[in-house]
Design a protein around this ligand. Structure first.
Ligand code: AHM
Ligand code: MG
Length: 336
């Protein structure tokens, strides 16, 4: 815990004025995103007391059934950002096309991408869920906004983070100057800095993967997990523990707090699909946060942040967390 109370607002002002890391427009945009997350947190908290649980009876562009909270969170983020003036457009896991912010002059400079409610399968069972976001600069040189403007690799992100709605609501952020965590003080209604310079240990004894897919995995992933499972008697010479929350925000949050490796790799169930998770809304922001905390993120062959996206809803294989473990799995792919 940081000694004296520093609000998210003050942290962002310092990032702007003292450290010169962010322009004021980006600061204001992040404030708006944080405000939207606060609203989503209150909706999540109401649970069955509010009309927020269960299925909405609709499907998103990827054919996944939408929960009411998926839609509420998506609308909350759009409404909050629509009139801010700092954004040119938004893209969401829950919307087919981009959402261009209604005409204004001058046009906002930024593009916002989000997974409004990550971990949808956990909504109805009171397990941690979250919002993941990523900010890009709109390319200059042409009026209006096009889908292609979003197709920038993760190394172009200017801000990224998530807000986890768990026992506490915690907003985790990077603007390229390390990772900071802010806990929501419900009485004060503000996010308070609770951890700075978050570091992920380079080694770990904890892995996160959906083990029910073991028969579908590729050989390098199977080799890595088999070696972990062999424990003290195996080639790793140590026992491993396993966690799988099925909310990426919660699994990544644990890794930022105490280390570990998270994998949602390509598998043979749908061989033409590169993975389950989305590059723009999940892998890029989480990959950057993890790297900013000293970890690593790859798709097994390539650094996530260097992947050139070709479509908005592109999927990707994800391996991220403690550096030495991620490098080991990536090395197994290279050998295979
Ligand atoms: P969502 O964005 O629709 O919630 O899906 C993404 C989630 C991740 O949070 C999580 O890591 C993964 O899907 C869990 O998938 P599975 O149910 O296959 O284990
Ligand atoms: Mg998600």
């Amino acid at each position: 815990m940081v000694d004296h109370r520093i609000s998210l607002t003050r942290y962002l002002v310092e990032q702007q004025r003292v450290h010169g890391h962010i322009p004021s427009e980006l600061r204001l945009l992040l404030e708006v995103v944080a405000r939207a997350c606060k609203r989503i947190s209150f909706a999540v908290n109401k649970g069955e007391l509010g009309d927020v649980m269960g299925s909405a009876g609709t499907e998103n562009v990827q054919g996944e059934v939408q929960k009411k909270l998926d839609i509420i969170a998506n609308e909350t983020l759009i409404e909050a950002n629509e009139w801010g003036g700092h954004l040119a457009a938004m893209a969401s896991e829950e919307m087919e096309g981009i959402y261009v912010v209604p005409n204004r002059y001058p046009q906002g400079e930024y593009l916002l991408m989000f997974d409004p409610l990550d971990g949808s399968s956990n909504i109805d069972v009171n397990v941690s869920i979250g919002t993941i976001f990523s900010v890009l600069k709109k390319p200059e040189g042409h009026p209006g906004v096009h889908d292609n403007d979003f197709l920038q690799p993760g190394n172009c992100q200017v801000a990224a983070g998530y807000c986890i709605y768990g026992p506490q609501t915690t907003l985790v952020l990077t603007v390229g100057d390390g990772v900071a965590m802010f806990t929501l003080d419900r009485e004060q209604g503000s996010f308070v800095l609770t951890r700075e310079n978050v570091r992920i240990p380079e080694d770990t004894k904890e892995f996160a993967i959906n083990m029910s897919n073991v028969r579908h995995w590729d050989a390098p992933v199977k080799r890595y997990i088999d070696e972990c499972l062999a424990g003290e008697d195996g080639p790793r010479g140590k026992n491993f523990n396993m966690r799988w929350i099925a909310s990426m925000v919660a699994d990544v949050h644990r890794i930022l707090c105490r280390g570990g490796i998270f994998m949602y790799p390509w598998d043979k169930r749908e061989p033409r699909k590169p993975g389950k998770l989305r590059l723009m809304y999940e892998a890029n922001p989480m990959g950057w946060l993890v790297e900013q905390a000293g970890g690593a993120a790859t798709n097994g062959r390539q650094r996530i942040l260097d992947i050139q996206p070709t479509q908005l809803h592109e999927r990707v294989s994800v391996i991220l967390g403690s550096k030495n473990e991620v490098e080991r799995v990536t090395g197994y792919h290279a050998e295979a």
